[in-house]
Design a protein around this ligand. Structure first.
Ligand code: HEC
Length: 148
């Protein structure tokens, strides 16, 4: 397990060192079409975006499209957070309730019977900040998320 983690880190760092797609957080933020607003009232999406770029982009990608540096090592693949509709009916980001997203982020894949490669964040990211991330996730889904 340790070996795998070290390997993942090494691969990630190697990728960061030579990848042409690497960019600074500021460049990443400038790239977003994100307007600082979220369709949900709870959470601060601007803060959420900062946290997302730190913790989530290695797997979920700079633009949240699931194409992070580590994605090719992961099966199932990291979710495309911009895909509101989903490949199968009822499986889009917009079909998830806020609470489902909160549970997935807090308890990780293991907590929701999905891939253990999706880490649990409840010990790393405060509850308030996890809601900030959800506010950001709601803002990047296409089509635009409409609260139910
Ligand atoms: C080490 C890679 C990795 C990191 C880092 C990571 N994820 Fe994931 N995530 C995954 C994988 C893999 C899946 C797909 C799980 C599956 O479908 O079984 C996933 C799935 C998800 C899902 C979808 C759960 C569902 O309902 O289908 C959400 C939401 C999510 N991640 C949010 C986040 C957030 C927010 C962060 C940062 C705080 C993050 N992830 C960081 C790998 C990662």
């Amino acid at each position: 397990m340790k070996g795998l983690l070290l390997g993942l880190c090494a691969l990630f760092l190697a990728g960061v060192a030579d990848a042409k797609e690497f960019m600074t957080a500021d460049q990443f933020l400038a790239l977003q079409t994100f307007n600082g607003k979220s369709p949900i009232k709870q959470g601060d999406p601007v803060h959420g975006r900062k946290l997302y770029s730190m913790y989530c982009t290695p797997c979920h990608g700079m633009e949240g499209d699931g194409k992070g540096q580590l994605a090719r090592l992961l099966d199932p693949a990291p979710r495309d957070h911009t895909d509101g509709q989903g490949k199968r009916k009822g499986d889009g980001m917009n079909d998830r309730t806020d609470k489902q997203l909160f549970n997935a982020i807090s308890d990780g894949g293991q907590g929701i019977s999905k891939s253990v490669n999706m880490p649990a964040w409840k010990h790393t990211i405060s509850e308030k900040s996890r809601w900030d991330i959800i506010a950001y996730l709601r803002a990047i889904a296409k089509p635009v998320y409409v609260p139910k």
